[in-house]
Structure formats: C-alpha cells, structure tokens
Ligand binder design. Sequence first.
Ligand code: NAP
Length: 534
Amino acid sequence: MATLKAARISIMAGRFTKLMSRPRRLVSVRASDHLLTRQISTEAESVASRLHKSGLLRTQGLIGGKWVDAYDRKTIKVYNPATGEVIADVPCMGGRETNDAISSAYEAFYSWSKLTAAERSRYLRKWYDLLIAHREELGQLITLEQGKPIKEALGEVSYGAGFIEFSAEEAKRVYGDIIPSPLADRRLFVLKQPVGVVGAITPWNFPLAMITRKVGPALACGCTVVIKPSEITPLTALAAAELSLQAGIPPGVVNVVMGNASDIGDSLLASTQVRKITFTGSTAVGKKLMAGSAGTVKKVSLELGGNAPCIVFDDADLDVAVKGTLAAKFRNSGQTCVCANRVLVQEGIYEKFVNAFSKAVQNLQVGDGFTEGVVQGPLINEAAVQKVESFLQDAISKGAKVLLGGKRHSLGMSFYEPTVISDVKGEMLLSREEVFGPVAPLLRFKTEDEAIRLANDTNAGLAAYIFTNNIQRSWRVSEALEYGLVGVNEGIVSTEVAPFGGVKQSGLGREGSKYGMDEYLEMKYVCLGNMNSN
Ligand code: NAP
C-alpha cells in the first residue's frame, strides 16, 4: 500500500482533474488574491494519475448513464478535512436533476427487473470485482475526502464491496412460497417482486459502504436507484458509480445526484415513481423523511443515530475490554453510529480499566490519514469539533473530569485530541446524545441491573457492547439490552452477512444479510382458482 507521507494535494478553485495532472513537484497556484504553495509528493501524483487512468475521478452527477453538471452550472466544493484544501468542485443539483434521475431509474426499472436473477448477479459480481481491483484508489479517495486513516479506508472498501458480493450471491435466493390451500380447487402462491425505484440517501462517515449496503440488495432484487451521497463526500460515490458502468450495469439503473439536500429529498419524497426511501444519517433528518414519505406511502428503511453503551463488568478480561473499547470508541475518530458513546465500568475493575484504557488512548497517533502509523484522522469539519467542545463544556460544568485530551490537537484544522473523561452522569449531553468524536465518557456502576438500566436509558438503540467472561451474564445482558446489535467481548461487529440496524429511534429495517433483501421486495399473493376444470 502506498503511504503518502507528504500528500499535500494543491488545489484551489477549479476541477481536481486539471491540477492533479500537473507533472511538477512544487505547484504554485495563484487563487484570486493569494498565493498557495504546496508540495505534491511523487506518491500523491501517482495516486492522481491512477485515478485518472481508471476514470475514477468523476466530478459530475450521473443521470441515465450520462455524466452531467447541474443544469444551472452551480457547483459545491469538496474539501480535504486534514488540510482544508479544495479537492474538487461537484455539481450543486436540485429538484430538476433529481426528477430526471427518477425518470431514468423508472425507465430502466422495466428492463432491469425483467432480467433473470442470475443475470443481475453476474453484473453485481463484475462490479464487486472492479471495486476490489481498484481498492487502493478508492481507499485513497476516501481518506482524501473523509479523513479516515488509509488503513481504515482500505478496510471500508473491502467491507463496502462485500455488500455487493453478498448481494450478487443472494440475488439467486429470492424465494417465493407455496401455501397449502384450504380449498381443493385452488392453489396459493407468494411471489417476491422488486419494490421499484429506490431513493438512497447516505451520510459522509462511510462514503462507500453506506451506499453499497443499500444499492447491492436493491439491484439484486431488481430495483433501480437514485443515490444522494452527502455533499461532503461525493467523490467516492461517483467513483463507485463509474465502476458500476464499467461493470456493464445498464444506464439508468444507478443514478447519482448531489447538492441541495432538501430539494433533492423533497423531489424523491414527492415522486409517485419512487417506491422506497432508504436513508442512513441523523435521527432528525430520518424523522423528516419518514414523515415526508407518508404523502405517497413509500416503503421506508432508516439507519439513524446511536448512543452505544460499552459495559465493562468486573469479570471481564482487562486486555480484551481495553482493546475492544478502544476499537468501538476511536474508529473513524469516533464518527460512526455504532461508536461507543458511554463507557460503563463496574466499580471492582474501574481503577484498573481506567489506567490501562487511558494508557492505550495516549498512544493513539493523530494526523493526516495518509501518514504511516496514524490511527486517528481529523473530524469531518469545524462544526463537528464545536459539537465535541460544547458536549465537553457541558460535562465539565456539571462535574466531569478530563483525564486525557479534552482540547483541539496542536495540528490545528479539525484535529482533536483523543479524550478520556470521568465522573460522567446520566443527565450530561455526553450521556444523552451522540458526541460523534474521539471522546470516551466513563460512568461507574455497581450492579448488573444498574448497568442495564443505564444502558437502556436512551431513545437510541443501535449498538451495545459488553465485556464479561461470564457466559450466563453475556446471554442475560444481551437479551436485556434494547439494541439492534450487541458485541460480546468484541468492539467491531458489522459484516455484510449479519443484519445491521437499530430499534427505538435508531431506525427501521435491517441492512446486510439475507434479511436486508426484504427491504427491497414486495410480497404478492396469487390465488389460482378453478383448478378442477380441464
Ligand atoms: P445527516 O445530516 O442526517 O445527513 C445524511 C444525509 O442526509 C446526507 O446525504 C445529507 O445531505 C442528507 N440530508 C440532510 N438533510 C436532508 C433533507 N432535508 N432531505 C434529504 N436529505 C437530507 O447525517 P450526517 O451528519 O451526514 O451523518 C451522521 C449521522 O448518521 C449520525 O447521526 C450517525 O449516527 C448516522 N449514521 C447512522 C448509521 C446507521 O447505520 N444507523 C450509519 C452511519 C451514520 P448533505 O450531507 O448533502 O447535506
């Protein structure tokens, strides 16, 4: 894997494509009233040229198989969160482009849904092969626009591509049913059929995997899609869409629009041709989309925010608990919906755990995701840092104590120090809402019942983690937790083969696994009568 130590990609105004092709080591770009001088490393140049060669650096939307600008030519900038530099301009699309994308998807649905499952499976398999063949470029693109360390970004590509591979396999297993008839002259069947055009709205924290987790099963079932990636990280989505075309997936089956989120969302909601909304993102936006889907009675699935408890019992293996909590908390700089948001530690192991955990957190290397050894990149933007700061201020003002970190990192930008904070109480914002940053709030508890009560005291119910060596306790507590996913002695649980999703206000429906296919299928009951006549 190429390590990009000095990957400072110099870009000001204008398309990435132009600047990335400059064959110089030192590039000076005069941008309106100031001069920027940055170094482009040899490695960064080779990333750029590989992205170019493979055609993966797309900066337009995809409608009906054509790459298009916004109709009014408006653009938005995509930034590298580690440097603040502009990576590219992409179209700022709205209702008109979305309506055209919906029409393309609607037209393509007719032929795509008529293909045999085996044919759709082959297209998806080809797409998967291309995603894996371009794993490095896609990983680098993710690090560039999202900031996560390159090792994590490459992991996301494998994980994200896994949903396409799994869907290719599962496409062939969309079974119907035959029901024993209560009447001798009738036969009763259940058919499963694709729901239709799907609007898929995704967040910035997993620019690839949140898309493939929706589009894989949708396409496998015979649906066509209009994807709206986050405006913060559209480049990975566009690269994945380019690879879908290279895989031969017909024009109109996969469409991508980005820009004005509420205009795009409103068009998807208003359309009677869109039969399903699948959304991953904040609970607030999810609720809006759910309410907005009522007008046309769409099928809806929602993957929303979490507030994951990570419970360390006295009988836990200390090393396993520290390693697992570290992974559950600090992955993607704490910016995942399943990140441990509250670390509940039983009093008997509290001191030992806090010491060992703080030591491990102190060793986390912060920096540009391309730098070797870095395990924590920047937060996505300034607003994310301000949110972390306000949550910490709230906690400190109510008596919490910062044990480690607790401030912006000396690297500047949106880098934040990995933070451990103790004496956190249930009423603090840190306990009530997702901090979505590298802050581990510690809460002390006495009994198993108290831990379960604290853990369930939230409207969220996505992921929970427990660390214990007691087998009975692991079953008991897993059953009692009001969450969609539980990790026992494990901090990373998501995989394409298992159902992912939340309960309570963390969402509706499941993604991944055989269960994830049902989200894109309608059931049709067919009653065949008059069977006794010739
Ligand atoms: P967000 O603000 O809700 O945005 C998610 C997506 O919705 C983006 O594409 C955004 O577009 C779009 N959007 C915003 N307002 C909209 C509207 N009125 N109509 C239609 N679309 C709209 O969430 P985020 O900040 O990107 O992501 C972080 C959140 O996602 C966290 O709460 C996290 O827990 C959750 N998440 C959940 C899961 C899960 O599986 N449960 C996985 C990952 C993340 P723009 O970005 O272009 O504005």
